[in-house]
Design a binder for this molecule. Structure first.
Ligand SMILES: [Zn+2]
Length: 434
């Protein structure tokens, strides 16, 4: 049972902490410096989520695909498993599964321990849509292989937003991976940090099942509908266009890609703890105006920070106020900057693609809690990316329009016929029993 701490007490504690930090922090006013961020960070309580028979909440989970030039050994080496151990695993596994056979483009899942130094525990490889192979990697247990058939089930889900998207979906018992997929699909179009009570969603998705009974992860979201502030946003998974060129396979009902030039957030599933605000006043500084020219995304230490668009790393360094930070130049006009990192993952001059991990959330520099301060530069000035009219993306080419419209017609009518339940009133009751 978690006892509720009175709000007043939390507030006093918070003010005290902030005051002490303010005393010790050097308050510099340098260009690009940050002096924001006196906010508490809530911790999420997670319910068990199973994939391939493992509770993924007990691990750090990496979903990835085998890339060109990759091998089983290279993947493990990147995750800090030594060569002697790799040889040992390959040798022991040989008679049942030949690890040299892993193929470019096939998905794999790595389960790492949930420690401060995550250690790989398990490698799950999917040679095809209907099978998976589990290879245990820890020292004590001998590696074993489990090769069981997967079946694909098409399912639907729907709901009305009561608080955040993740809380609502979690309350409906939907898999965490589906929540992540939804946030990816709509990363450019919907600000999930500013949902409204009463916003609605419908999803058609494929789920993998092991022996028809054990959940094996989400295979794909076929289509989704999100009604945000009265406006409908459709998303159809259409693989008729090359994904590499379009950065996505999701298009709306008028064949427009859901991708925009910039991701809306540099971290997945965080929350905004402080917005861009030129008139911000801080009581701690005698109620003086201290503009906040960034957007703060609170997230746990170690969370991956993603480049919000393709570009070249312009700066990767450390200052007293910013802590570890990275700045990326995307075009003649736009740059983005990411502050307070625990660790930087890129160096100056390096070219990055949208979604590349450029560092990890920390609390270096002038900050009181783990978050990334995201700064958006336009023609040398810091602006609010949420108020910018950013360039639109590509749509399905003219030559494929007929094909596309025929493809989405039955899916759309199925999507539209899914009934949406009222706000899930059981949510608060459910969380009280945890
Ligand atoms: Zn900030």
């Amino acid at each position: 049972m978690i006892k509720k701490i009175p709000l007043k007490f939390v507030f006093i504690l918070f003010v005290l902490t902030a005051f002490i930090i303010a005393l010790f922090a050097s308050i510099t006013n340098e260009n690009e410096e940050d002096d924001c961020c006196f906010e508490e960070v809530e911790e999420a309580i997670l319910t068990p989520q199973f994939e391939f028979g493992f509770n993924v909440n007990e691990y750090n989970v990496i979903h990835d695909t085998v890339e060109s030039g990759d091998s089983f050994g290279a993947i493990l080496e990147r995750n800090k498993i030594g060569y002697p151990q790799i040889l040992n695993i390959v040798e022991k596994t040989k008679s049942t599964f030949d690890l040299s056979r892993i193929q470019v483009g096939k998905p794999f899942t790595l389960l790492l321990s949930n420690d401060s130094i995550p250690e790989p525990q398990c490698f799950i490889y999917q040679p095809n849509k209907l099978e998976y192979v589990v290879i245990q990697l820890d020292d004590e247990n001998a590696p074993y292989i489990e090769q069981r058939p997967l079946t694909i089930q098409t399912k639907t889900a729907s709901g009305t937003i009561s608080s955040s998207l993740s809380e609502t979906m979690d309350g409906l018992g939907l898999p965490y991976q589906l929540i992540n997929d939804m946030s990816d699909i709509y990363a450019w179009t919907i600000d999930f940090f500013r949902l409204y009570e009463g916003d609605e969603f419908r999803i058609i998705y494929d789920q993998r099942m092991i022996d028809d009974s054990i959940y094996g992860g989400i295979d794909q979201v076929r289509a989704a509908y999100f009604k945000h502030r009265g406006r409908a946003y459709y998303a159809f998974n259409y693989d008729g266009v090359p994904e590499a060129e379009y950065h996505t396979t999701y298009f709306d009902e008028s064949a427009q890609s859901l991708q925009r030039t910039f991701l809306r957030a540099p971290v997945q599933f965080s929350r905004i703890s402080s917005r861009y605000n030129l008139k911000r006043r801080i009581a701690l500084y005698g109620n003086k105006v201290r503009p906040h020219k960034g957007t703060d995304f609170a997230a746990p230490i170690g969370t991956e920070i993603l480049a919000t668009a393709d570009g070249i790393v312009e700066k990767s360094s450390f200052t007293k106020g910013n802590g570890n930070y990275v700045k990326i130049k995307h075009s003649r006009i736009y740059s983005t900057q990411y502050l307070h990192m625990q660790k930087r993952n890129v160096s100056v001059g390096q070219s990055v693609r949208q979604g590349d991990v450029i560092g990890y959330v920390g609390m270096t520099g002038n900050t009181s809690g783990p978050h990334v301060c995201y700064r958006f530069w336009k023609n040398g000035l810091q602006v609010d990316p949420f108020k910018e009219d950013l360039p639109e993306s590509k749509s399905v080419p003219e030559s494929l329009l007929k094909n596309y419209n025929a493809f989405i017609l039955p899916i759309k009518s199925r999507l539209d016929s899914i009934t949406i339940p009222e706000i899930n009133r059981n949510l608060s009751e459910a969380s009280n029993t945890k």
